[in-house]
Design a binder for this molecule. Structure first.
Ligand code: KG4
Ligand code: ZN
Length: 336
């Protein structure tokens, strides 16, 4: 049985996981430094880096112990590590740790693209799925629609031309005086509000697969200044409906243009959003395809998804060289 140990440190989560080639997750440990960033309304790179430095070794040790492995000489076959995109200081800590473990235990390591990791997350829960699928990858840093012809065979159809969907959630939440990260806060409030109370534009209605969220954020600011009497829950519900509508409209276009699609998947932190999950389920049933909605812990950053992508890359491209460096801006389209 081929076993991978994966390490993920691209943002504020220090994560490690052991996964086998059949994509069974033997352990998955996540230590977040989010509490240190809350007061600043966003992730502070220096604080994230320092937190990774102190937590990386205990997190790896716990992932090995949870998987029933000897933490001093684990019987693993490969170490997968996120080498980009992300915060450079944070990436370097995970990458250096992975290289050190690889040298100490005499096992190969493989650098993994964080976005490709997110694309593998739905597979961990549905290894039997049929291809091709379309994935809406929406997180704090990225928003894109990706056609996947098979594992590791992806084609980016469109992406945001400005803010990511999660970034828009966080910025609007900040404007409304809500805690960081704002996505879950707005989602929770939206459940008690009425969508459409605030009249907001639906951007990017053209014949493409791109998104735009910065105009929507500005529209929320303008509309709430003009209508200060509107309840925060109604603002949250109106904003959430406008974001989902834009995302779902482009997913629908993809399903119409690609009748061979077998499933529609959500990935990334915003995939935890209740309106989006509901919308994807409805869309999937309308088009007679499978809705792949990963559990919430698989939507947000974790190392199990990095292990899954790493196992694929190791089998197809072989190990990485020790000269491998962190790539903070590594685009998904450059992965092959
Ligand atoms: O993938 P992720 O954990 O980190 C990266 O950005 O890579 O995504 C975090 C983002 C944050 O912007 C957060 O506000 C958003 O996902 N998010 C949500 C929800 N849960 C997390 N956005 C909308 N609704 C949610 N329920
Ligand atoms: Zn992520």
């Amino acid at each position: 049985m081929v076993l991978a140990l994966a390490i993920e440190t691209s943002c504020d989560d220090t994560a490690a996981s052991v996964v086998d080639a059949q994509l069974h997750v033997h352990s998955s440990v996540i230590e977040s430094s989010i509490d240190q960033h809350r007061a600043f309304g966003g992730v502070v790179p220096e604080l994230a880096g320092r937190a990774h430095l102190t937590t990386i070794a205990p997190v790896v040790r716990r992932a090995l112990l949870d998987a029933g492995l000897d933490p001093h000489a684990p019987a693993i076959d490969v170490i997968a590590v996120t080498s980009g995109p992300g915060l450079v200081g944070s990436l370097l800590i995970g990458l250096s740790a992975a290289k050190a473990y690889a040298l100490a235990w005499d096992v190969p390591f493989v650098g993994v693209n964080h976005l490709e990791g997110h694309l593998f997350a739905p597979l961990l829960e549905r290894p039997d799925l049929e291809w091709p699928i379309v994935t809406l990858l929406v997180s704090g840093g990225h928003s894109m629609i990706v056609l996947q012809h098979g594992p590791g065979q992806h084609e980016v159809l469109g992406e945001t031309i400005d803010d990511a969907a999660g970034e828009a959630y966080d910025k609007v939440a900040r404007w409304l005086g809500l805690a960081y990260p704002g996505g879950p806060e707005i989602d929770r409030l939206a459940a008690t509000g009425t969508p459409g109370t605030l009249k907001l534009p639906v951007s990017m209605t053209g014949d493409d697969y791109d998104f735009s969220f910065s105009g929507l954020k500005t529209a929320v600011v303008r509309a709430t200044e003009k209508n200060p009497e509107v309840a925060v829950a109604d603002v949250a519900a109106s904003f959430q409906a406008a974001v989902s509508e834009q995302l779902l409209r482009k997913l629908r276009r993809t399903l119409v243009a690609n009748p061979a699609l077998r499933a529609v998947a959500l990935a990334g932190g915003v995939a935890a959003n209740s309106a989006l999950r509901r919308g994807v389920e409805e869309l999937a049933s309308e088009f007679g395809v499978v809705a792949l909605l990963p559990s919430l812990s698989m939507c947000t950053d974790n190392a199990a998804m990095i292990a899954a992508a790493g196992l694929y890359r190791f089998a197809h491209n072989g190990p990485s060289d020790f000269a491998l460096s962190a790539r903070p801006n590594w685009a998904l389209a450059e992965v092959s």
